[in-house]
Design a binder for this molecule. Structure first.
Ligand SMILES: NC(=O)c1ccc[n+]([C@@H]2O[C@H](COP(=O)([O-])OP(=O)(O)OC[C@H]3O[C@@H](n4cnc5c(N)ncnc54)[C@H](O)[C@@H]3O)[C@@H](O)[C@H]2O)c1
Ligand SMILES: CC/C=C\C[C@H](O)/C=C/C=C\C=C\C=C\[C@@H](O)[C@@H](O)C/C=C\CCC(=O)O
Length: 257
């Protein structure tokens, strides 16, 4: 029971990586607020989880993360229901190159806004207990993705933002970290329009299961030594940390992918 007494908020929780994360957090004793724009699937999923775990362990909060008011209400509702928020997993995301401004709003701007709200609601300086924020980026936030340049930009943005939020630890008692998974077996990947060459590239890299990414998120939620960390999850190397020039240990480790 690694998360007994913790209260988590997960966005994009109705399916895929978000749902696998919620399930693992519930298994480890957390109470969880599930936020998603898809109310029909979100309500049904949450009701199944309440039957499996406990009625009081999970609540669904219909939320479009690009709407500032709804994002704030998501925090307020979770605190009203469970008394606090101590873990925030900003996971909601889309892959849609045609609507790239909307994609930047969901993948990057909303993650930044939610992180700022996490600081507002959880900071020691405001009487909060502190905690941890985990932003879900992608290997496309470290490597270029020629078939998804705007998607890649949104995920690079999250890596840069997360690495720059280290002051939150000392000032607010909040660790902000991110996870960069490779291709993962979810609806996002299944519905992506790709050429046969791109599909071959994906097959040659391999496809993770959402539960593997959830394990990585759980590790970031419980490892109090990590702040501003960029965790990678890959088929070849499993869970690892990506080091950038200037990071302690960079010259000896030489980050590999
Ligand atoms: N699947 C992959 O290959 C892969 C790899 C690396 C990173 N990621 C990232 O992981 C995260 C989860 O993706 P997934 O693969 O589980 O995708 P998914 O499409 O299965 O799930 C995404 C969820 O986000 C929700 N969502 C979308 N827009 C929203 C909004 N405006 N407000 C609230 N919720 C919204 C959807 O309704 C859905 O439930 C995303 O940030 C994605 O970029 C995915
Ligand atoms: C289409 C949307 C679905 C998923 C996107 C997602 O977030 C996953 C991204 C994962 C990896 C992206 C890798 C990009 C790689 C490119 O630079 C490519 O040219 C390199 C080729 C192989 C990479 C080898 C490896 O990862 O081991």
């Amino acid at each position: 029971m690694l998360l007994a007494g913790e209260v988590a908020l997960v966005t994009g929780a109705a399916r895929g990586i978000g749902l696998a994360t919620v399930r693992l957090m519930l298994q480890h004793g957390a109470k969880v607020g599930l936020a998603d724009i898809d109310e029909t699937v979100g309500v049904a999923t949450c009701s199944e989880l309440q039957k499996e775990f406990s009625r009081n362990a999970a609540t669904f909060i219909p939320t479009d993360v690009t709407d500032s008011m709804q994002l704030r209400r998501m925090f307020q509702t979770t605190i009203k229901e469970f008394g606090k928020v101590s873990i925030v997993c900003n996971n909601a995301g889309v892959a849609d190159e045609q609507n790239w401004k909307k994609m930047i709003a969901v993948n990057m701007v909303a993650m930044m806004e939610s992180t700022h709200l996490a600081v507002e609601f959880m900071s020691h300086t405001r009487g909060g207990e502190g905690g941890v924020v985990i932003n879900v980026s992608s290997m496309g936030g470290i490597l270029p993705m020629p078939f998804g340049p705007s998607y890649s930009a949104s995920k690079f943005g999250i890596v840069g933002f997360t690495r720059s939020m280290t002051e939150c630890l000392e000032r607010d008692g909040i660790r902000v970290n991110c996870v960069c998974p490779e291709f993962t077996d979810t609806a996002m990947l299944a519905t992506a329009s790709m050429t046969s060459e791109q599909l071959e590239m994906v097959q040659s890299v391999g496809i993770l299961q959402p539960e593997q990414v959830a394990e990585a998120i759980l590790q970031l939620a419980t490892d109090s030594s990590k702040a501003g960390a960029v965790m990678t999850v890959t088929m070849k190397r499993g869970i690892d940390f990506f080091l950038f020039p200037g990071d302690p240990g960079y010259s000896s480790k030489k980050s590999k992918l």
